[in-house]
Design a binder for this molecule. Sequence first.
Ligand SMILES: [Zn+2]
Length: 264
Amino acid sequence: MLLQDFGARVLCATPSYALAIAEVAEKEGVDLRRSKLRIGIFGAEPWSEAMRKEIQRRLGLKAIDLYGLSEILGPGVACECEEAQAGLHGWEDHFIFEVIDPESGKPVAEGAQGELVITTLTKEALPMLRYRTRDVTRLSTERCACGRSHVRIKRITGRNDDMLIIRGVNVYPSQVEAALVGVPDVAPHYQLVVERKGAMDHLTVEVEIAPGSAAAHPMVAQSVKHNIKSLIGVTAEVIVKQPGEVPRSMGKAVRVRDLRPRQP
Ligand SMILES: [Zn+2]
């Protein structure tokens, strides 16, 4: 493919799929940083700031966050601006956004973390009143550097039902992602495997060595383990796999394999 023929300026995908595209391009010797791609709009799964930097570096574009859910209208409920990349501008002329305590159902103070709740104002036929999204985030009414004044939904850090409790510690896959994206020699593909060993939860994080890296796997495993422990406070076993061994997804990435027996 000749890069000058690739005229698209905007790429819209899940963040994990954007990285899969980067990976294939690198393997084929195509430098996407020299393409005309300028903006990437990524959503449909939680992703970290570290992942944003990685995508921007490898695809040579500005990566902005998009939020939506099919129950409301699909992608486009809120989107970051390219000027600030600092939270998703919620379209308040169409929606009311609230953040609540998932236990009590009461709204939390502005800036506190909780579950995002959306009410539609202009949706016809199937309006939604205080729809509980299960997505965990914070709201800010501070004016954005771009000048827009609509409420900003901060980065979605996970879903209520995504949260793993490992030996009493709350763990979101996006935290593990942030812990490993900065480690040299590690590719940003990973899966969390949770098992019950005796009475204890056991977390294994499967990561991949970066293509072309000559680093010793045990050394890489040790760095990832250290980062996870210091950032999240949980001890994990880390398995370093060969490039391509962690399963890729065409849609939303599957980050967790929870093999613990279900509670009766
Ligand atoms: Zn803005």
